[in-house]
Every structure is written in C-alpha cells, then in structure tokens.
Design a protein around this ligand. Structure first.
Ligand SMILES: [Zn+2]
Length: 153
C-alpha cells in the first residue's frame, strides 16, 4: 500500500488527468487529510480536495511536495483552479485504496460503462458500414471486369 496512486488520471473510471478537478484552493496538508501520517507530510505537502468530473470519485490532489513552495508562496495560491497536480491519493484513506466515501455509486459506474459501450457500438457500426461500402464497390468493379472479360469471348 502506498500513500499516493502514482498517477493523475482517475483510478476508478480511467477518465483523464484533465477530468480531475480541484474542489478548493491548494493548501498545506492537515491532520484531517493525513491522519496518523500527518507528521511525515506536515509542512512539505501542498494538497487540494479533488474530484473526478466523470464518475465523482474523491481524491486528495498532490500539488507540490516541496517545502520551498510553502515558504515562497505561503498558503495563498492565487491561481487555484489552474494549478496542476503531480499525484493523487484517495481522499478518505490517504492512500491508494479507496474508502466507501471515495467511490461513486454502482449506478453511476454502470451508467459510465453503458455510455462507453454505446459509443463503442456506434464506432463499430460505422466501421461495418464502411467495410460494406468498400465491399459493394469491389463487387461492382468485379462485375464490370467480368462483363468486359465476357465481351472478349
Ligand atoms: Zn472517474
């Protein structure tokens, strides 16, 4: 088990980095975030609560792990929602395993899967239509070659 997931996309629904949105101003980590690991990260980790905009999974985004950032900028990050992050933890557990509160409902996950499969089915139908059109074109070409060949007999 690790404190961080070592990724910045959604570990629950695979939505991309840009789909993870910060819910608040970046700030130094608190005991409430880190629990018994607070002493280890105190004064050296800037975080913000974050959420996947696709599935709603709840994360703690790691904005910076350098003490110097706190020293230089204090706790006032003016560009809050433009700030990018370099890693994430699940919010309620402060590790790479989600707690029940971090996860979207099964209904929501099913809805996301259905959307993905529906969109995949549309893609495949489009591809099939293309293959059919090409096949029709080949059959027509073959027909014209055949009638040309028969005219030589
Ligand atoms: Zn997600």
């Amino acid at each position: 088990m690790s404190r961080n997931l070592g990724r910045t996309d959604c570990a629950v629904c695979d939505a991309g980095h840009d789909d993870i949105a910060l819910c608040e101003q970046p700030r130094p980590i608190t005991e409430r975030d880190a629990g018994r690991y607070y002493a280890e990260y105190k004064d050296r980790l800037i975080v913000a609560n974050a959420e996947c905009t696709t599935c709603g999974a709840k994360y703690l985004a790691w904005i910076s792990i350098h003490r110097t950032v706190i020293d230089r900028q204090g706790t006032n990050f003016d560009n809050s929602f433009g700030v990018r992050f370099c890693d994430i933890s699940f919010r309620s557990t402060f590790n790479d395993e989600p707690g029940p509160d971090d996860l979207p409902s099964l209904t929501k996950l099913r809805e996301i899967e259905m959307k993905r499969w529906t969109s995949r089915a549309h893609e495949l139908t489009d591809q099939l239509d293309e293959v059919r059109e090409r096949l029709d074109a080949h059959v027509a070409e073959l027909g014209s070659l055949r009638s040309r060949w028969e005219s030589y007999l």
